[in-house]
Design a protein around this ligand. Structure first.
Ligand code: ATP
Ligand code: MG
Length: 255
């Protein structure tokens, strides 16, 4: 199996503070790889290096075999076209209709006609289980769960090979969160993409991930399958997952 992302000894300093301290991990093709850890532990910061928004203070980040910080602008654009990023805040453009949000890349970077872009938007919305009734709605007319789905549709608009979801279930009720979980799994099946999921939602992490990485104050404390993480000998990880372990055991779903 091929490596899609390789992070090698990544250190990041901002304003004299070390945000990331020697983070290393690999994400394999078609894997769903979750990053969990307390607020401020550096989860989003890692993803910013993967898409080349931030440069490492030390260390290297390779995506599809290319070292991100060394890429000239055109190659960085090309890389970004192959990465879908679902932002933590959703970040839909409030003044644009749903189809314009989903097709934003094509409206902005290509000469594609409106009809063609609407068609792309329709197809991607179908992949996230929304029908064409939403094409002409404004983001303010959508529920939280629908907004997330539209954000995901926008992230997959350019048929990326890697999707990064930053807190895809935050702000959603438990039922809608499980719908988004299923969608992430479904999209992997349908589009054969690799996914990195940053999440606070332990139920989500433990039910959809092939592997989970636990982060603490900018350092990796453990990486493993959900089963391995639930049985981790590390005292911090053990404590961190104690609640979800009890829930999963109570439901007889412990892996
Ligand atoms: N642009 C920035 N400038 C300065 N410090 C930053 C910046 N972005 C993040 N940080 C700091 O880096 C640390 C890690 O932030 P990051 O956003 O990666 O955390 P996180 O794990 O994603 O947290 P959350 O779960 O709350 O989203 C935090 O201490 C944060 O204050
Ligand atoms: Mg974050």
């Amino acid at each position: 199996m091929r490596t899609v992302v390789r992070v090698e000894n990544l250190w990041k300093e901002i304003d004299g503070r070390w945000i990331l301290k020697g983070v290393s991990f690999e994400v394999m093709e078609e894997e769903i790889f979750s990053i969990i850890g307390a607020s401020g532990s550096g989860k989003t910061s890692i993803t910013k290096h993967i898409v080349g928004l931030w440069k490492p203070t030390k260390g290297k980040v390779y995506v599809f075999g290319r070292e991100v910080s060394g890429l000239p602008p055109l190659e960085l654009d090309d890389l970004r076209r192959n990465i879908g990023y679902v932002f933590q805040e959703g970040a839909l453009f409030d003044s644009l209709k749903v189809w314009e949000n989903v097709g934003f890349y094509f409206l902005e970077h290509t000469n594609a006609k409106s009809d063609e872009v609407r068609e792309i938007a329709r197809e991607k919305l179908r992949l996230v289980n929304l029908n064409e009734d939403v094409l002409d709605l404004m983001p303010s007319e959508l529920s939280g769960g629908m907004k997330k789905r539209v954000s995901i549709a926008r992230a997959i608009a350019t048929d990326p090979k890697l999707i990064i979801y930053d807190e895809p279930t935050s702000g959603l009720d438990p039922i809608t969160s499980r719908v988004i979980d299923r969608l992430i799994l479904e999209l992997r099946e349908k589009t054969k993409t690799t996914a990195i999921v940053v999440t606070h939602d332990m139920m989500s992490a433990f039910s959809i991930s092939d592997r989970i990485m636990v982060l603490r104050e900018g350092e990796v404390v453990d990486v493993g399958t959900p089963e391995e993480i639930l049985r981790s000998k590390d005292p911090f990880v053990n404590e961190f997952v104690s609640e979800i372990r009890e829930i999963l055991v109570g439901q007889d779903k412990a892996p």
